[in-house]
Ligand binder design. Structure first.
Ligand code: SAJ
Length: 439
């Protein structure tokens, strides 16, 4: 089949698109491609996920069952674990995890395993796009060479390769089709193919000059958040000592109609992006003799927040002549951000681990998280308890870690003998209550 074939089929919209990794990024992307008129084949190594999707049952909040039903009814979506079916695809979009190793270095093993699985079946001239967030250079130094070695073909000719960062935003109204899509490639034909792939599916395609520029674009987006969150976390600690309410100050600063975007102090940063992506960049720049000081410092400041929150609990109990050891602490909210059930990298897991290490008896209430298994460093085995006046009154301290909208903070302030609030969730109901501490 000529090199033009997949590229032609992408241009005409007849292309079959393979999406590898059917998680919170891959499944919404499948939906966007189906809505654009493509036939889509979803790949996942987890046969349970494939079986659920083939039964019309979605496990990704952003893609409800009715959307999945429409995709399947249009006969333009199916899911499989059979990597050989990559041969049916004109384009393969890789949306697999890029976590950190235990030594906090980039872990590209999921990308490598995916490339090795599809390479033997890669159609001649097919396009491979990496979407996983990663360090600048991954596509040019790992993806293209690995595929070239395994297929014996030349990148940009025997197969096409590009990078396009995912911008899925869990829990928001920003659906894939409405978010401008950055694409970068290192040869004209790959760029043309990547543009053709996405132009049908998203509001706007933003082409940049190389795969490295596209990889760096995504990292800048998340470094921007990570550093600005660290700034307000550091100011929270400073202002607390100065008797200044940092939340009041941020609220006042945001009245400036330009040149200021509010970020909010919290108990630390969780999720799959903000605590991890910046570390990928800080790691890579060292290869060039540089040092990403702000990223390193931001990771340190954000990483110190769980301990700071626990220290504030010790101080609050101390003011009531109580010790943390043996205290009954009720943690309110354990997911990594409000109104979601995702606990990945959630600071709540470290906070609960630290409280337990100091002898506290910890329970939690989270309407979105029925049970907590283990974090990277702690095994918790807890189930969410009901939030009742009795439960609050029998606790020594209620600690707000994640400020879910579904929690009644008036009830918390009225019935808990002590409240430590790391999200300013009690601002409307605490008045001048002296038993409520900010953390
Ligand atoms: N956080 C703060 N203070 C803030 C904002 C966030 O402490 O002012 C904490 C959150 O509680 C959470 C962590 O930081 O633990 C990350 O929060 P996030 O709002 O950045 O949420 P994420 O991790 O879901 O980030 C995603 C990102 N989307 C992609 O990477 C495609 C990010 O780029 C989005 O900007 C972000 O959602 C968003 O805007 O909601």
């Amino acid at each position: 089949m000529s090199v033009a074939a997949p590229l032609e089929r992408l241009r005409s919209g007849e292309a079959v698109i393979g999406v590898i990794g059917l998680g919170y990024v891959g499944l919404p992307l499948c939906r966007a491609f189906v809505r654009a008129g493509y036939r889509v084949l979803g790949f996942d190594i987890d046969s349970e996920k494939v079986a659920l999707l083939e039964r019309g049952s979605s496990y990704v909040d952003a893609v409800p069952d009715e959307d999945l039903a429409r995709m399947r009814a249009a006969e333009r979506f199916s899911a499989t674990s059979e990597e050989a079916r990559a041969a049916e695809c004109d384009a393969l979009v890789v949306c697999v995890p890029t976590p950190l190793t235990p030594h906090r270095e980039p872990d590209t093993s999921y990308i490598e395993r995916t490339l090795d699985a599809v390479a033997p079946h890669l159609r001649k001239g097919a396009l491979v796009v990496l979407e996983s967030t990663t360090y600048p250079g991954t596509t040019a130094e790992l993806v293209a060479p690995r595929l070239a070695e395994r297929t014996g073909r030349v990148p940009g000719e025997g197969f096409l390769v590009a990078y396009s960062p995912e911008r899925e935003n869990p829990g928001s109204e920003w659906t894939t089709d409405r978010i401008p899509k950055v694409v970068g490639a290192d040869d004209p034909r790959s760029l043309e193919a990547a543009r053709a792939l996405y132009e049908r599916a998203v509001v706007r395609v933003v082409a940049v000059s190389s795969t490295r520029a596209a990889e760096a674009t995504k990292l800048l987006e998340n470094v921007y958040r990570c550093v600005n969150i660290a700034v307000v976390n550091e100011l929270k600690v400073c202002f607390e000592r100065m008797g200044i309410d940092v939340f009041e100050v941020i609220d006042a600063a945001r009245t400036k109609p330009f040149g200021f975007m509010p970020f909010w102090p919290g108990p630390g940063v969780g999720g799959h992006c903000i605590p991890i992506d910046p570390v990928y960049l800080a790691w890579k720049v060292k290869e060039f003799g540089a040092r990403a000081n702000f990223i390193e410092l931001a990771s340190e400041v954000n990483g110190a927040m769980p301990r700071y929150v626990v220290e504030r609990c010790v101080l609050a109990l101390n003011d009531q002549r109580k010790a943390l050891r043996g205290a009954r602490v009720l943690v309110l909210g354990v997911s990594y951000k409000k109104d979601l059930g995702d606990v990945r990298e959630s600071p709540a897991i470290e906070i609960i681990g630290l409280l337990r290490e100091r002898g506290a008896q910890v329970a939690y209430h989270d309407p979105h998280v029925p049970r907590l298994g283990r974090g990277r460093a702690y095994r918790l085995d807890l189930e969410s308890v009901e939030l009742t006046p009795e439960r609050l009154a029998s606790s020594d301290l209620a600690l707000v870690v994640t400020d879910h909208g579904a929690v009644d903070y008036r009830l918390v302030v009225e019935h808990a003998p002590l409240v430590v609030d790391s999200r300013n969730a009690t601002r409307e109901v605490r008045g001048d209550a002296t038993h409520v501490y900010l953390a």
